[in-house]
Design a protein around this ligand. Structure first.
Ligand code: PGA
Length: 249
């Protein structure tokens, strides 16, 4: 019922030469695959416009990695949702743990950014996840539940928001939670969404797993009942790695 989404987050990586990876991904993203799994690449903002042009006709959606919550104005260095939409983005990642850590972003700010993204007619990919210390203290579900409650705008529909569960300690480390732990958190997130937005919306909303997803572990992780795709960092930079994950989905 929920079509999986495999989204690549290039973070602060990539120059124009990297656009060739999107060309290669486009060639490999067959019509058969397109019918079964959605695919998105979030390059750095410098490449959004050209990436959108390169992706045209391939079925690959292009997304941004962050945005400002405001509409326009005196915010040096920031980008508004409308500007991202203007250069071809159809989704924006908000609340990535690197933004929460490097820029002190709070749930309230993440929610405001998600609202700006949705108001622009784009999809907000809202990231949540516990730190290692929080997991070890047995607080993963509580922490993630609080982030979900605090970061999802009120009254949204299932096609306006994607949740990405990314344990902070699994990002870029090669470590992943056990399949049972991933399943537990995803099921709990869906319960929280049901309480916030109703059962029907919760049943339709996609919940991605992120954190050291690679071609060799994707099949097991994506095979879990409440895992509706992946948010991929390192393994999204090379077409061959990324397509391995798309194939697994
Ligand atoms: P990773 O990053 O796949 O390199 O662990 C995931 C993410 O931060 O989205």
């Amino acid at each position: 019922m929920r079509k999986p989404l495999v989204a690549g987050n290039w973070k602060m990586n990539g120059t124009r030469a990297s656009l060739n990876e999107i060309v290669e991904m486009g060639k490999a993203y067959s019509l058969a695959l397109r019918g079964k799994v959605d695919m998105l690449i979030a390059p750095p903002s410098t490449l959004l416009y050209t990436a959108s042009a390169v992706a045209l006709g391939t079925g690959i959606a292009i997304g941004a990695q962050d945005c400002h919550a405001g509409a326009a104005g005196a915010h040096t260095g920031d980008l508004a949702a409308s500007q991202l939409f203007d250069v071809g983005a159809s989704a924006v990642i908000v609340g990535h743990s690197e933004r929460r850590a490097d820029h002190g972003e709070t749930d309230t700010q993440v929610k405001a950014k998600a609202e700006a993204v949705i108001a622009q007619g784009m999809v907000a990919i809202i990231c949540v996840g516990e730190t290692k210390a929080q997991r070890e203290a047995g607080k993963a579900l509580a922490v993630v539940g609080k982030q979900v409650k605090g970061s999802i705008p009120a009254g949204v529909s299932a096609d306006q928001v994607v949740i990405a569960y990314e344990p902070v300690w699994a990002i870029g480390t090669g470590l992943t939670p056990t399949l049972a732990d991933i399943a537990e958190v995803h099921a709990d997130i869906r319960k929280t969404i049901a309480r916030l937005l109703g059962k029907e919306t919760a049943a339709k909303m996609r919940i991605l797993y992120g954190g050291s997803v690679k071609p060799n572990n994707a099949k097991d992780i994506l095979g879990l009942a409440d895992v509706d795709g992946a948010l991929v960092g390192g393994a999204s930079l090379k077409a061959s790695d990324f397509m391995g994950i798309v194939e697994a989905a």
